[in-house]
Write a protein that binds this ligand. Structure first.
Ligand SMILES: [Zn+2]
Length: 177
């Protein structure tokens, strides 16, 4: 019985709209990143436009602890092929010179999965294997709560646990399970 490691890993299933879920095209799931050169290949392959030497992408970490990225305008559930994730958000790459790449910003902003800031632990584990410079923690981290009254997903700002749509009190703990 060596399940200790598994028990500590929270899986996030998709919590967004059914309409978006139904539109997932498995041909356009995320591009797997196992080393920093993969990011440069993805930028070329998908003809990403660099703005101020940077490109922003959607990312997810899948259940196999792999980093997958996709165009920033695509949904996280698309990137994940409809599957569960262990983290998700947005990631910014900075490209200096011809091929020096680093991660300048990263967040857990995904209203499709609403991952906890604590999922950083697994993001860190995956990024540490890419041989790339990256921030010590999410540069922007979000706390998500579900409003049980009006069924909307809220982003908690300034520790105010009140639904931005109906004013209902929100749970103090993460509540998407
Ligand atoms: Zn509400």
């Amino acid at each position: 019985m060596n399940n200790n490691k598994k028990e500590n890993i929270q899986l996030y299933s998709y919590v967004g709209s059914q309409e978006v879920f139904d539109s997932v095209d498995l041909k356009f799931t995320g591009y797997k990143i196992s080393k920093s050169e993969d990011i440069l290949n993805w930028i070329k392959k998908t003809a990403q436009e660099l703005i101020n030497d940077s490109v922003i992408a959607t990312f997810i970490i899948n259940e196999n602890h792999e980093l997958l990225i996709n165009d920033r305008h695509s949904e996280h559930v698309q990137c994940a092929g409809g599957k569960n994730v262990i983290s998700a958000g947005e990631i910014s790459f900075l490209i200096e010179g011809k091929d020096k790449i680093s991660i300048s910003e990263i967040s857990n902003q995904s209203t499709g999965y609403c991952p906890k800031p604590e999922s950083w632990k697994f993001v860190n584990e995956v990024l540490s294997k890419l041989e790339i410079e990256y921030p010590n923690y999410f540069t922007v981290d979000f706390d998500f709560r579900f409003c049980t009254n009006c069924q909307t997903i809220n982003l908690i700002k300034e520790h105010i646990f009140e639904c931005q749509v109906c004013g209902n009190d929100l749970d103090s703990e993460w509540n998407f399970d």
